[in-house]
Design a protein around this ligand. Structure first.
Ligand SMILES: [Zn+2]
Length: 325
């Protein structure tokens, strides 16, 4: 267990670790900061084959609060044929689709719900359909907590069928996704419901950073030269950078100066790429995202500005790809 607290990403004001996600002073997002207990490469060797093997680097204080559905430590697959075609000798693909509910969302949802349990919250939920709804509902079922999925009333129920099969309740909101988000936030704050991607967001993104830990460990604690991250809201890319930086803090990695961080977005919803191409630090929202990559169809990426900062910091670029590719 490592001590942790919250710190505003903008004005750096610090707060105790509590059920809170926005800075009182400047409304900036709060990040989890740690005083890490000493770890080394052997600390993790014989542990469970899930992302909870990195317990000392995660924000849960008491192991009994961990809600695990055995997600993580997914394969880092060497893409020989594609690498050859592209002239790359060491091309790897992190296959997070083999997680228990079939997406990387098992990482953030699991950490957020474990922390909600640690805070003593009685119920959880999310504003989403699709992957996040499934991951949240599966973890809530494991924790034996009621789970509420906030989504517009006109969605196809097939989209949340997986979540409902885990016992979640669908809160149908008359309006758009943005309105579903707003209502989830209001109810979450008023009733003390841990909405994983809203009021538990500071802890939620801590789950995403375990992608960095796993990739580093799978590369025998080496820093990859180039990372290409599919980007929707931008939270995952930012969290992966945080993960690598923390590995440097605990001396598991030496130097991140050779690492390049790149952002990939689908044509039809590439607001971060557009800002990058214009050398602007303002991300202009895409009103009607159109892409087959539904999980990346986030027209107004909440962490877009921070992604642009990360690309500068780690000498990366942003590129879009078409649906056929
Ligand atoms: Zn602040």
């Amino acid at each position: 267990m490592s001590e942790n607290h919250l710190q505003c990403r903008e004005c750096k004001k610090e707060y105790e670790s509590t059920f809170k996600y926005i800075c009182d002073e400047c409304f900036g997002p709060l990040d989890v900061k740690y005083d890490f207990t000493p770890v080394n490469k052997n600390t993790f060797t014989d542990r469970e084959k899930t992302y909870w093997r990195y317990f000392e680097l995660l924000p849960i204080q008491d192991k009994k609060n961990i809600v695990s559905i055995e997600a993580g430590l997914t394969p880092l697959v060497k893409a020989e044929k594609l690498g050859k075609k592209l002239g790359l000798n060491n091309l790897y693909i992190k296959n997070d689709s083999v997680n228990p509910t079939f997406s990387f969302k098992d990482r953030p949802a699991g950490v957020a719900i474990s922390k909600a349990k640690e805070f003593g919250l009685k119920s959880v939920g999310c504003a989403s359909t699709g992957n996040l709804a499934s991951a949240t509902a599966a973890h809530a079922a494991k924790a034996d907590m009621p789970c509420y999925i906030f989504a517009p009333s006109d969605i196809e129920t097939a989209k949340i069928a997986q979540a409902l099969s885990y016992g979640a309740e669908y809160i149908s909101v008359d309006g758009t996704y943005d309105e579903a988000n707003r209502i989830a936030a209001q109810i979450g704050d008023r009733k003390g419901v841990g909405i994983v991607n809203i009021n538990m967001r500071s802890y939620y993104v801590e789950g995403s950073k375990t992608l960095a830990y796993e990739v580093a460990e799978q590369l025998d604690w080496n820093v990859p030269n180039h990372l290409i991250v599919p980007t929707g809201s931008g939270a995952m890319l930012n969290a992966i950078c945080k993960g690598f930086e923390e590995l440097q803090t605990v001396s598991l990695l030496d130097d991140l100066s050779s690492m390049h961080m790149h952002c990939a977005q689908p044509h039809g919803c590439a607001p971060i790429v557009d800002a990058f191409d214009k050398n602007s630090d303002k991300v202009i929202p895409v009103e009607r995202p159109e892409t087959v990559a539904k999980s990346l169809a986030i027209g107004d990426p909440g962490d877009g500005r921070y992604v642009l900062k990360r690309l500068k910091q780690y000498n990366g670029i942003a590129k879009e790809t078409n649906d056929k590719e």
